[in-house]
Design a protein around this ligand. Structure first.
Ligand SMILES: *Cc1c(COP(=O)(O)O)cnc(C)c1O
Length: 391
């Protein structure tokens, strides 16, 4: 899984080394949590000339800068800014490229709160959104209008896990001067090299795998040289900053992201393959499965899979679905994912699709496979599935 991202170093080496300078930290391995608003200047000359490494708490401090530098090393763009949540990273990236009167192409399978932002706040600002089918590749060109400024991709799609042909979309967008903005939360920059595949601005809900412990809300935005000045300016104008405590926790998560993701990848595939053989299951929506229609695209562009995927069950009696969910002892029920624990939630994507169809045969579930022993997870799943009553 490791791939050189920094000279000759593999990804896990970069994760250990990046954004760290023990000499600047009195020899300590990790940076201190620097709390602060005011930064004192040593004299009037330096103050009047604005000469200092740090100017004000909101504009970055040694802890948040260490996290930005570390993330920049794995993203491979011009820089990374930090936001107080993943959703805030998405909305800031969109505000960085769109103006009143502009047109946005948004993938139909986008994370629902992103869709809501487009339909409410962006609409109020005079920015029009057209939703497109995630199966569109270079044919996206046919949807470009004079004022189309950005095409937003999220691959795999939220809840239903369709893989998009991002290189084809990026190629078409580049030819028309349209920015490609991506929500790369599922694969993270370790398993999908967004900028190498033509993405201009890539966001991550660091709340998920970067943090990895369900204890931080954080968003990250990485941009290419071309888009970095707009991203940085918009982020600054909106007054966004991440607390140094949260930056510290995210940086701690960063160091172990490679080994954690490798485990989520492996265990996720074991569970997905097991579920595929079960009589209760109609299909498993995991692009890493050879049987999945998006598998060839995933193999071509991705370096791995995370632990999040979907399952479509055969029709069952409604109460028996609740019985199943209540039976699990290792799968928690709750939003978010990317932490050490396994989760499962039922979902209905019907109300968040307008450009593609979503007609499952039976109930649909989203699973996050955590870091538990996979045999224990399979035993828990087996106990729960037995509660289902087919109709
Ligand atoms: C969770 C998530 C977000 C939002 O992140 P928050 O930190 O919860 O605001 C955005 N996109 C995707 C794909 C997510 O899974």
């Amino acid at each position: 899984m490791s791939k050189a991202t920094d000279q000759n170093h593999g990804t896990n080496t970069v994760l250990v080394q990046a954004g760290r300078d023990a000499a600047q930290q009195q020899g300590f391995v990790n940076p201190a949590v620097t709390r602060g608003s005011t930064v004192l200047y040593p004299n009037a000359e330096d103050f009047l000339a604005g000469r200092s490494r740090y100017s004000y708490g909101r504009r970055g401090n040694p802890t948040t800068n260490a996290l930005s530098a570390a993330l920049t090393a794995v993203e491979g763009g011009a820089g990374v800014v930090l936001a107080p949540s993943g959703l805030n990273a998405v909305t800031t990236a969109l505000l960085a490229v769109l103006s009143a009167g502009d047109h946005l192409l948004m993938v139909d399978t986008v994370y629902h709160p992103t869709r809501h932002f487009c339909d409410t706040t962006l609409a109020r600002l005079g920015i029009r959104t057209t939703y497109y089918d995630p199966a569109l590749g270079s044919d996206i060109r046919g949807l470009f209008e004079d004022r189309t400024r950005a095409v937003f991709v999220e691959s795999p799609g939220s809840l239903t896990f369709e893989i998009q042909d991002i290189p084809a979309i990026a190629h078409a967008a580049r030819a028309s001067g349209v920015a490609v903005v991506m929500d790369n939360t599922w694969a993270s920059p370790l398993y999908f090299k967004a900028h190498e595949h033509g993405v201009d601005i890539s966001i991550q809900a660091g709340t998920k795998y970067l943090s990895g412990h369900s204890d931080v809300m954080v968003g990250t935005i990485s941009a290419t040289e071309e888009y970095w000045p707009r991203v940085k300016e918009t982020h600054g104008n909106l007054g966004l900053c991440l607390s140094p405590d949260d930056a510290y926790l995210a940086l701690r998560g960063f160091r172990t992201m490679g080994v954690r993701l490798a485990q989520h990848h492996q265990a996720g595939l074991v569970v997905a393959r097991w579920l595929e053989q079960r009589p209760e299951v109609a299909r498993v929506m995991h692009p890493g499965l050879e049987s999945n229609p998006y598998h060839p695209l995933w193999r071509r562009d991705f370096l791995g899979a995370s632990g999040l995927f979907g399952v479509e069950l055969l029709p069952v009696e409604a109460d028996s679905l609740k019985d199943m969910l209540n039976e699990f002892s290792l799968f928690g029920m709750g939003y978010s994912w990317g932490g050490f624990e396994s989760l499962m939630i039922p979902f209905n994507a019907r109300n968040s699709r307008t450009a593609s169809t979503w007609e499952p045969a039976g109930p649909t579930l989203r699973l996050h496979i955590g870091l538990e022993d996979v045999e224990d997870l399979l035993a828990d799943l087996e106990r729960g599935l037995k509660k289902l009553k087919p109709v």
